[in-house]
Design a protein around this ligand. Structure first.
Ligand SMILES: CC(C)(COP(=O)(O)OP(=O)(O)OC[C@H]1O[C@@H](n2cnc3c(N)ncnc32)[C@H](O)[C@@H]1OP(=O)(O)O)[C@@H](O)C(=O)NCCC(=O)NCCS
Length: 194
């Protein structure tokens, strides 16, 4: 996808995920989630070339310093990825993230082994992961699922499920719940922003 088209899609996506979002120029300046994913898209390309792996790590560490978001350049991330609030997010080297995924602050997609193997989660499409949730190990979160705020997930979560608690307990997700979990307007009053 062309660079400009990707930037536009990311900006549209930011507006779709946050009713507090206003003009694209302002959003491009203030959303640390956008800064982090844009830097990662560049760093991920650099990571594919062994000679540029060092600079890719340095770039992402610099971005971490001012966004509070640490994404390893090796992580694979799909389209329309959005991190709201940002601070404290960690995404490990072998994490794989599908399209239309949303994370809140404090989410860790981490490993549970020190071996150099696939050790981070695989996140399906249209998944929302709540603030402070820890998703640990090479497990899979199925499409259209949600992980509740502060959950600790160490096992696979099937598609269309909700995982909450420590350790996370999984239940099926109804269509109504799906809208509520993905749409921030369900807990932010738009009248406050007029
Ligand atoms: C997990 C989540 C997706 C469930 O949403 P939902 O389907 O609308 O669930 P409900 O609000 O109807 O709650 C259903 C039950 O789960 C409980 N529950 C909800 N979220 C929970 C969580 N994160 N951890 C533990 N239990 C939770 C509720 O207390 C309720 O329990 P009850 O049936 O005993 O009363 C949602 O609560 C959540 O955590 N979203 C993340 C939001 C977030 O991180 N926002 C940050 C904004 S800055």
């Amino acid at each position: 996808m062309a660079l400009l088209a990707t930037l536009r899609e990311d900006l549209r996506n930011a507006r779709a995920h946050d009713p507090a979002a206003r003009g694209d120029v302002e959003n491009a300046l203030v959303y640390s989630g956008l800064h982090a994913i844009w830097a990662h898209r560049l760093a991920h390309r650099m990571w594919a070339r062994p000679a540029l792996r060092g600079p890719a790590r340095i770039l992402m560490q610099a971005v971490r310093a001012f966004t509070g978001i640490e994404i390893h350049p090796g992580a694979t991330i799909g389209r329309r990825f959005f991190i709201d609030h940002g601070m404290g997010v960690v995404i490990g080297e072998t994490a794989e993230i599908g399209d239309d995924v949303m994370l809140y602050h404090g989410v860790t997609l981490g490993g549970r082994t020190l071996q150099q193997v696939k050790r981070h989660p695989t996140i399906g499409n249209r998944v929302t992961i709540g603030a402070g949730a820890k998703v640990l190990g090479p497990l899979t979160i199925g499409d259209d699922s949600a992980v509740g705020a502060n959950a600790v997930v160490t096992r696979d979560v099937p598609a269309e499920s909700i995982a909450t608690g420590i350790p996370a307990v999984v239940r099926q997700r109804s269509a109504k719940e799906r809208e509520q979990a993905v749409d921030p307007t369900s807990y932010i009053d738009p009248a406050m922003y007029i």
